[in-house]
Design a binder for this molecule. Sequence first.
Ligand SMILES: [Fe+2]
Length: 140
Amino acid sequence: MTLLRWRDSLSLNVPIIDADHKRLFELLNRVRFLDLAGDEPQAIADALSELLLYTQTHFRREEKLMELGGYPGLAQHRRYHRFFTEKVAEVMARFRANPHGFRVHDFYELLANWLTDHVLGEDMKIRPYVAHLEEAQVAA
Ligand SMILES: [Fe+2]
């Protein structure tokens, strides 16, 4: 199990989305790193909170672009996003409830694989609908 590493094939060439995806990779890697290093539970909980918050911010942004671009698969895509958000929230809640008995890194692979598969399989499909939008050009 290695850390998530950004590669060009993950890029949609949509600046605002690519910037968000890179940030999500960083945040997820940070959670795993802190957890494996056996860092303070509070530091791990904070990193998980940040990951959850950024996940929500990013998904809202991506869904807004899909709306603007008239992406026909929006409803299904929203469901995928909800699944991942709930997974991250669940990992966070379980960790907070039992910081010494719950290993975040056991879930790292699931989250990392989901994110990579989602970018390659689902986010790539929205590219033709959103790439031209003015709102998609500037990384926030
Ligand atoms: Fe997405």
